[in-house]
Design a protein around this ligand. Structure first.
Ligand code: SF4
Length: 387
């Protein structure tokens, strides 16, 4: 039995945090708590696959173990949806880590405050060099990341990085610590288009165990980040659970989908996307026990997201191997990272900080483009037109 101390402080906002209405969060957490994947039958899955529109109950069936024998049928339906809403387009981007200082203590992460790693924070001049090196590969979309340290990577620093990115890229995403609405509005003003926040797990008890300290321990502030971002004028937001954290990954996938689905109803103009990261080996923390979420289960989750929200983007991470990434692109995913370096300062050849996790696919932008074309798909650097 787990002790109540595991969740102390997890549901309480800190005094300086913007407090949100938790109605949406309560709905998602209630639905996840009531979800019993083993309750679903082959008949439920069959009905879900036949339905013209995927209901929440259909989505739950598609995520259940009963759907595993129907993976091929799910992939066919997902492919049909992908082609209907995205055609053969595949969007490319690359992440740029500008700092790896972090004040949180996530047990599964190589950047956590207790890890003895080489910390670094790029100056604005170094950020520009990284961006120049990335822009030379012809990429037009970038995702700027930091560890979660407001002290070492403050809002102004992130804002300056966004402004700089605007000089080189047409689409700018940020994956930084959760912010208040007014701060997202500021980043939007600086040029940020998209915000990514991974909830990691939607099980508050497990969340409390995995996040023993730091601002990240506050579950609702993180949960409501996408809503504050859209409220602050950010164009689109991305959702993910980190699969393999020894919570129920099917329940986490259901909660991730519902989180995005409810928010889409509240912000119809918001561009929604999913990532589906699995836990990777970490520098200095290779022993954390985790669940193995297999490739078949990962494919099931990705197909279920595609069928449930056919218009949402799905990004396939370089955490996955090349074979899996190539395969899932034609079925359900719409965006892929290329030329990835998860250390600090690696793009311009002057690496100064350690990596967050190890990646499994380190192909260059050119190699990823060629792979996409070989599959009869169309690499797209950006389809935004600014007038
Ligand atoms: S997962 Fe994010 S917040 Fe947690 S330790 Fe790593 S970088 Fe910091």
């Amino acid at each position: 039995m787990k002790s109540m101390a595991d969740v102390s402080g997890v549901m309480e906002y800190l005094p300086d945090m913007e407090v949100s209405d938790n109605t949406l969060m309560d709905k998602v957490l209630n639905a996840a708590a009531l979800y019993v994947p083993s309750r679903y039958t082959a008949g439920d899955v069959h009905r879900a696959l036949e339905a013209a529109e995927c209901s929440v109950e259909d989505f739950a069936a598609l995520l259940s173990p009963a759907a595993m024998p129907f993976l091929e049928n799910m992939a066919q339906k997902a492919r049909e949806m992908r082609m209907r809403y995205f055609g053969n387009s595949v969007y490319l981007f690359t992440p740029l880590y500008i700092a790896n200082y972090c004040e949180n203590r996530c047990l599964y992460c190589g950047f956590n405050a207790h890890q003895k790693i080489k910390r670094a924070r790029l100056s604005i001049e170094e950020i520009e060099k990284e961006m120049q090196a990335i822009a030379e590969t012809k990429l037009e979309e970038i995702l700027i990341l930091t560890g979660e340290s407001p002290a070492m990577s403050n809002l102004e620093y992130i804002g300056e990085a966004c402004k700089m990115a605007r000089n080189y890229f047409r689409v700018v995403g940020v994956e930084v610590y959760p912010l208040d609405s007014k701060d997202y509005a500021y980043l939007r003003h600086c040029g940020a288009d998209f915000v990514t926040v991974f909830q990691e797990t939607y099980d508050p008890l497990r969340y409390g165990e995995l996040h023993p300290g730091g601002r990240k321990r506050v579950f609702p502030y993180r949960f409501n980040a996408q809503e504050r971002a859209l409220g602050g004028g950010i164009r689109g937001v991305a959702f993910a659970a980190l699969l393999g954290l020894r919570s129920d990954f099917r329940r986490d996938a259901l909660a991730t989908g519902l989180h995005a689905w409810f928010l889409q109803r509240k912000f119809p103009q918001g561009e929604i996307s999913f990532s589906c990261p699995r836990l990777r080996p970490l520098a200095g923390n290779r022993t954390m026990q985790h669940d193995e979420v297999g490739e078949a289960e990962l494919m099931q989750i990705i197909c279920a997201y595609r069928i449930f929200m056919p218009f949402a983007g799905i990004t396939i991470s370089s955490r996955e191997n090349a074979r899996f990434r190539d395969n899932v692109l034609g079925i359900a995913a719409t965006k892929i990272s290329a030329g990835v370096d998860v250390g600090i300062g690696g793009h311009a050849g002057s690496a100064s900080g350690d990596e967050q996790f190890s990646i499994d696919d380190n192909r260059s932008v050119k190699e990823i483009r060629e792979m996409i074309l070989k599959q009869g798909l169309q690499p797209v650097m950006s389809d935004y037109v600014y007038v």
